[in-house]
Design a protein around this ligand. Structure first.
Ligand code: ADP
Length: 165
């Protein structure tokens, strides 16, 4: 059984993340989506809120899929989280060149910490490439429409966070 781990902050989960999850589900028998508690990143949404939004998105993705989707949270080393879940593949999404430097360092460090864990990079569909949680939050905060980039539930949660609706 091939188990993949897709870690991220998911603050909030976007259609870009969704596309990566959908693609990763074709590669593994079980995909563990691991939400980093990441207090030092000062997330807009609490870990409970991020988890609830992710679970909601996964209900739809799980329908008729052979791959089992599991949503969890973690606050320890990524390699330890992978061990707990018996994951042998680490899934990361790649956008433009800007993601590369950070991801390159992360592969090196994770490989040092656990050489048995292989990292696989997936690219979202071209239309989802520019989507970043950081930008979605910024646009929503300033009153812009983000319904093209996130699910209706997430769009509503953002509106609520920024005192609308
Ligand atoms: P992190 O704090 O780990 O970067 P994110 O929630 O921002 O957490 O992203 C999780 C993963 O999803 C990362 O590998 C990131 O590169 C990837 N990702 C985010 N948005 C997109 C997108 N639009 N297309 C492809 N990959 C993406």
């Amino acid at each position: 059984m091939r188990i993949g781990l897709y870690p991220g902050t998911f603050d909030p989960v976007t259609n870009g993340h969704r596309d990566i999850i959908r693609r990763a589900m074709q590669l593994v028998d079980r995909l563990v989506v691991a939400i980093a508690i990441n207090i030092d990143k000062s997330p807009l949404f609490s870990i409970e809120e991020r988890e609830a939004m992710m679970r909601q998105m996964c209900v739809d993705l799980q329908e008729n899929a052979d791959c089992e989707l599991v949503v969890t949270t973690f606050d320890n080393l990524l390699v330890d989280c992978a061990k707990v879940h018996n994951a042998s593949l680490l899934i990361r999404g790649l956008r433009a060149v800007s993601d590369f430097e950070f991801e390159y360092q992360m592969v090196g460090m994770n490989r040092y910490l656990d050489p048995s864990l292989e990292t696989v990079f997936l690219m979202a569909d071209a239309g989802y490439q520019p989507i970043a949680s950081r930008l979605v939050k910024e646009v929503s905060r300033l009153g812009g429409d983000v319904s093209e980039f996130v699910s209706p539930d997430v769009a509503q949660a953002l509106n609520k966070k920024f005192g609308r609706g």
